[in-house]
Write a protein that binds this ligand. Structure first.
Ligand code: NAP
Length: 247
């Protein structure tokens, strides 16, 4: 057994789904490393809540879109300092707009954070986990990566890309007992969906067979399952948490 602390790294753990994931994995016994990019107060609030519940957590500023920062973070804070048991690639942004009017930079930015950023963290984590011969990687995709969504060509391309990346990485890493899976949430109540009008929210709720938007905890519970020993024979899979919206 390693004497290093068994750690789960949650990118974008400052709020929303990432916060719920961080708290749930902390309750499962992991030390939590959570990252943020623009909201240090929210990140500290998540870390404090975990400490108050008897867990261990540290918050780090890390822009997953910046290759050098990602490499430096894994080199200086993770490698040989902790046992990296779990990576949850959760950081994500939207820059919505109809395709005909979408600016190049809005396409590139969303792909750069949501897909390339996840790849950068996945690659660094895979190096460490390969040496350990153990690891769990969970990528947060989206229902719109599976079914598409008008106004989200960039975001749905990134989220569909994560599905392909998950399946390929699962094949590359299986021989080292590293599993790679994705969770594809439907419409979840967080800051990301807070901008929806009441009408849009009602329309989405009507389209969801279970009749409601999901909670961050709904997603966190699926992530915790995939991180657990109970999921040790599951890899390369996409677990939809969407109330039946797309099945
Ligand atoms: P959120 O509330 O907007 O939180 C986004 C998180 O990502 C924050 O922690 C944010 O950090 C972090 N982040 C943003 N840009 C970053 C960057 N460049 N580097 C590192 N971290 C960055 O979003 P959410 O709704 O919880 O979504 C979490 C994940 O679930 C995303 O990947 C999203 O695409 C996916 N998802 C969400 C829904 C939904 O309905 N909400 C549905 C399907 C999938 P700061 O707090 O510092 O800004």
């Amino acid at each position: 057994m390693s004497e290093l602390l068994s750690t789960a790294l949650v990118t974008g753990g400052s709020r929303g789904i990432g916060r719920a994931v961080a708290q749930t994995l902390a309750a499962a016994g992991y030390q939590i490393f959570l990252t943020y990019v623009s909201k240090p107060d929210e990140a500290e609030q998540t870390a404090r809540a975990i400490l108050a519940a008897g867990g261990r957590a540290r918050a780090f500023r890390l822009d997953v879109g910046d290759s050098e920062s990602v490499a430096a973070f894994f080199r200086d804070e993770v490698r040989e300092r902790v046992e990296l048991a779990v990576l949850v690639n959760n950081a994500g942004i939207t820059k919505d707009g109809l395709m005909l009017r979408m600016k190049d930079e809005d396409f590139d930015r969303v792909l750069g954070i949501n897909l390339r950023g996840a790849f950068l963290c996945l690659r660094e984590a895979a190096k460490i986990m390969s040496k350990q011969r153990y690891g769990r990687i969970i990528n947060i995709s989206s229902v719109v990566g599976q079914m598409g969504n008008a106004g989200q060509v960039n975001y749905s391309a990134a989220k569909a890309g994560l599905i392909g990346m998950t399946k390929s990485a699962a094949k590359e890493l299986a021989s080292r007992s590293i599993t790679v899976n994705a969770v594809a949430p439907g419409f979840i109540e967080t800051d990301m969906t807070a901008a929806l009008s009441d009408e849009a929210r009602d329309a989405y709720a009507k389209a969801i067979p279970l009749g409601r938007l999901g909670s961050a905890q709904d997603v966190a519970d699926a992530v915790a399952f995939l991180a657990s020993d109970k999921a040790s024979y599951i890899t390369g899979q996409i677990l939809a948490v969407n109330g039946g919206l797309y099945c």
